[in-house]
Design a binder for this molecule. Structure first.
Ligand SMILES: Cc1cc2nc3c(=O)[nH]c(=O)nc-3n(C[C@H](O)[C@H](O)[C@H](O)COP(=O)(O)OP(=O)(O)OC[C@H]3O[C@@H](n4cnc5c(N)ncnc54)[C@H](O)[C@@H]3O)c2cc1C
Length: 261
């Protein structure tokens, strides 16, 4: 079974700071980690390989330092890693990111299951996985909390607001996983030594068969006008009256004064 895991290197914080001038992430002084949900995706792939045999390939799009994230994945047990990196990919929105990653996965060749985390903890859009499936023209299942494989049939339990949805899909399929699916293993010493020796191929724009102008900032249909941290909320107005009728009347008056109603 050929398993591809998409891994994003993210800042080790959920409190992302934005440069007010350039509107981009401030990465200085913030250590980078493998996106936590992507470790769950990798653990799923490693367990499937242990049960059914095959190969696990991890792939990341990012700057050259994203190699560190891929090395950590190799140390956990992935067989190979590819870094998709080029100045031309800079400033990509989710559509351009997914387009580029899909082109890289096509270049990898045969795949049965593509695994992603449910979302990245910095961008948080949860769009890249589903968009990749659309570019590749394959089935997708998101928010997967349990997964088993029998031949070409993939059975999943999908997290839902009110419980679980049980689905069966055929490979090739893209699956995004939630934290509840497993506990990611730690890198081993042997794995770390192997990862340190590993040469990670770097694929640029010229290595991918891309037919649409869909790369980087230029190929991104979304334009960020402004990114800002909303001001801290102040305490609201407290209305205390003898009766509910009086409280509602007071509230309506306040809303009218503020020209809201
Ligand atoms: C409008 C807009 C403008 C942006 N502009 C910029 C910019 O100028 N500069 C900039 O650096 N970023 C920019 N970004 C962020 C960039 O587009 C996202 O980081 C990227 O597209 C991934 O989206 P996400 O973080 O929401 O991932 P999600 O969709 O939440 O990630 C879901 C899963 O997809 C996989 N995945 C996501 N990204 C990658 C990746 N790069 N490699 C491998 N697997 C991946 C992982 O498995 C992950 O768990 C912008 C985003 C938007 C929405």
């Amino acid at each position: 079974m050929n398993l591809v895991v998409c891994v994003k290197q993210v800042p080790d914080t959920t409190e992302v700071k934005i440069d007010p001038v350039t509107n981009t992430l401030i990465r200085q002084g913030v250590p980078s980690i493998v996106n936590p949900f992507d470790k769950n995706a990798l653990e799923t792939a490693l367990q499937l390989k242990e049960q059914h045999g095959g190969r696990v390939t991890v792939i990341s799009m990012g700057p050259p330092q994203a190699k560190d994230a891929l090395k950590e994945c190799l140390a956990m047990g992935a067989d190979e890693a590819v870094l998709v990196s080029d100045r031309a990919f800079g400033g990509a929105d989710t559509l351009a990111t997914s387009y580029t990653l899909a082109a890289a996965i096509r270049k990898l060749g045969n795949y049965d299951i593509i695994l992603c985390g449910k979302q990245a903890i910095d961008g948080d859009t949860a769009q890249v996985g589903p968009e990749m499936a659309e570019h590749l023209g394959i089935a997708q299942v998101t928010y997967v909390a349990k997964l088993t494989v029998e031949g070409a049939a993939v059975r999943v339990e999908r997290e839902h607001d009110v419980g679980y949805e049980i689905l069966e899909v055929q490979t090739p399929v893209l699956v995004s996983v939630v934290k509840a699916i497993n506990e990611p293993r730690l890198p081993t010493v042997k794995g770390t030594m192997k990862a340190n020796r590993a040469e990670i191929p770097l694929w640029g724009a010229g290595d991918l068969a891309v037919s649409e102008p869909r790369l980087g900032l230029k190929g991104s249909p979304t334009q960020v006008r402004k990114i800002f941290t909303p001001p801290q909320r102040t305490q609201g107005v407290v209305i205390q009256k003898e009766t509910a009728r009086e409280a509602v009347a007071d509230l309506l008056q306040k809303l009218a004064d503020a020209k809201i109603v």
